[in-house]
Structure formats: C-alpha cells, structure tokens
Design a protein around this ligand. Sequence first.
Ligand code: D61
Ligand code: MG
Length: 413
Amino acid sequence: MGRVCVILKHPDDIYPLMKLKIAARHAEKQIPPEPHWAFCYSMLHKVSRSFALVIQQLPAELRNAVCIFYLVLRALDTVEDDTSIPTDVKVPILTAFHHHIYDCDWHFSCGAKDYKVLMDQFHLVSTAFLELGKSYQEAIEDITKRMGAGMAKFICKEVETIDDYDEYCHYVAGLVGLGLSKLFHASGSEDLASDYLSNSMGLFLQKTNIIRDYLEDINEIPKSCMFWPREIWRKYVNKLEDLKYEENSEKAVQCLNNMVTNALMHVEDCLKYMAALRDPSIFRFCAIPQIMAIGTLALCYNNIEVFRGVVKMRRGLTAKVIDRTKMMADVYGAFFDFSCLLKSKVNKSDPNATRTLSRLEAVQKTCRDSGVLNNRKSYIVRSEPRYNSALIVMLFIVLSIIFAYLNAKRPNN
Ligand code: D61
Ligand code: MG
C-alpha cells in the first residue's frame, strides 16, 4: 500500500507523525561539540533503529552512559553477527571485549556500512567511555564481559531447548536489562530493580525480534545462526526452513503462534518492572520499546506474512505510541488494547489456543486490576477510518487558500 493510502486510512496518524519528525530533527541537531561525543551520538542515530530517540530524551549524564552502553554492545554484536570472521578469531575478541573498551588504540575492522564505521572508529567510543563516571564504567564493563562470554558460548551451539533459547536471549538482551537497571540506579534516579525482572524486559524485546525476523535470518547468505528453538519448531516441521514453504503454511502459523505464546510469558514481569519506575524520562525510555513489542507480536500472531516478507508496525502507529506514552496508565492501556487484538486473532483450532488465551487473560486482568483503564484513546484500528468532518472541511479551506494565493502570485504572461 502506498504511503498516501496508509495516511488516508489512518488520518489521525498525521499529527503524531509530524511531531515525531520534528522531535527527530531536533535530536539530530543536538549533537555535542566534542568530536568523540559528536561521533558517538551521530553513530547512535545511524545504527540504532529505534532506540536513539528514546535514549536522546534521558537526562544528560545518564544519556551519555546509555549511549556508550549501546554503542559498545552494538560493536560486540557486530563481531558476533559477522559470519566472515573465523571462530578461532572471533571467540577471543568476544571474550576480551570488556578489556578493549579501556584501550583507545584497539580496533578490529568488521561488519558493513555504518557498523563498519563504528568498528573502524571504535577508539572514539573508548575515549567517551573513559570520561564516564566510575560506577557507569563498571556496569558497562561487567555486562560486556558477561555478554561476550555468552555469545562465544553460543557460536557453535544450536538453540535446541526452550532453556537454551532463554539462555541465549539472556546473554544478548536480558543482560542489557540488568545493565540498564544498574545505570538507572547509578544515576540516583531509581531503586535497583531485581535481576529477574530486568532480564524479562530484555527477553520480551529480543524474542519479539527473533519472531519477526524469521525470514530475514533464514534467507541470510552466508547462512547465519537461527534462534527459533528446535524444541518448539520440531512439533510442526522437520527442518526450520520448511516453515517458509507454502505447502507448510498451516504448520508454520501454528509454530509462529507457539513462539508468540512463549514470548507473552514475560509480559507480567515487564509490567511489574515498569510500574516501579519513578523518573518520567526513564519510564518513557523503558515503556516505548515494550509497547512496540506487544504491538509487533499482535501483528505477527497468526500472520503468514512473517514467512513471506517484512511485518512491521505502521510508522504512524509507532509515532502514536511515542506520543501517547507518558505514564503507567498509558502502558496498561496499550497492553490491554493489544491483548484484545491478539485475543480476537486466536483460533480455537490452534494447538496452543488455550494456553495463549489464558496468558492474554492474565495480562488483561493485571491491566484491569490497575484501576486506570478508563477514558483513553484506543490503539486498535477501526476498519473504517472516522474522519472528523469539520477537520476535513478546514483542510479543504486551507488548501484552497494556499492554492489561490500561489495562483495569484504567478506572474501573468
Ligand atoms: C529497557 C529499555 C530498553 C531495553 C531494556 C530495558 C532491556 C533490554 C534491551 C533494551 C535490549 C533489547 C535488545 C533487543 C534488540 N536486539 C538486538 O539488538 C540484538 O542484538 C543484541 C546484542 C546487542 C544489544 C545492544 C543493545 C540493544 C538495545 C539497547 C542497548 C544495547 C543499550 C541500551 C538501550 C538499548 C539483535 O540485533 C540485530 C537486529 O536486531 O537486527 C541480534 O543480533 O540478535
Ligand atoms: Mg547478534
């Protein structure tokens, strides 16, 4: 569907989209003057698909720490993801990465495009890292060490069981949650959250990514690692790649729904984690990605398109989430709405229907029991857009005036 069609179908996306555009432009202009910090922030905007905007609105000191935390781990992940590096070269780099961040002379060239620039200029990230407060440095070092060791462990290992899956996701995303909780605490704005809840925040985001990226990952050349656990997909197909073939559509969707149900297990922990946050900017930083994740799961559930192309939330819906997420009531509202949407998509004949429905009901109960679900705009799209007729008339008048004005200014010939 063309961009204009999407906008016409969702006219109330326009305002949040414009606001988002302005905010993004403002954020890009706020690049600090020192060259190493300028590099870090411009790199953050280039390599983080969705986190740059939410990181940008954190308070200054914490923002610097989170920006460097992000870039260090993105660099580590670039090493992990580069399939052209032989294992015997890769493993020592991953396991010693927490030392490299203290060494402004170290660098290792790998990755492609913006990621390659990040790797080639890594000394600028190290320089900025060394300017952070000690407690921030220690948190980043500790997580980098543990994540590097975990990635090394999984280089030659298939994700067999659901426990393996949870363990891998712990290394690459759960640990980010633990590290962020430490950084929030070090900034003096938050109590230290439990490791368990912090881990769940990461697992929910990572599992959503792994589900959504099935096709991209399976089609990668050279063959990359796959993270869908065998314990789940073996109930539906003999080989993971069989899910993408048309003759297996029914099994594929059942397997997908099983994966979504597995991810939904973390929702209540995530709600609990977010409910305990105090600082409004930290809250938004945490809540926006979580709402995007449940929105993405709702979109993917029972959707064969996951095996055919890219399934992504509309930009306008993303903009709405960013615009509307201010406090816990907004999070409960969004989780309630997307659970409703999910519930409406569950087929009684799906092998996991009962489990999925009971998960969703538990989520909805938590949201309802919060007592703040009244008086809000819903995220769920009505099938027919409800144009506000007064607005349309206004728009028409404004456009007519502009048109008449431009016409009048045209030189007569
Ligand atoms: C609150 C707010 C943000 C949170 C959180 C709690 C808990 C965890 C996370 C963010 C991390 C979620 C990661 C989900 C996206 N997955 C990836 O990017 C995969 O790489 C994982 C290793 C590097 C992690 C780098 C990272 C990510 C987000 C951050 C952060 C560091 C630091 C601060 C804030 C957010 C994935 O990447 C490739 C891809 O998605 O295309 C992969 O290789 O599997
Ligand atoms: Mg990776």
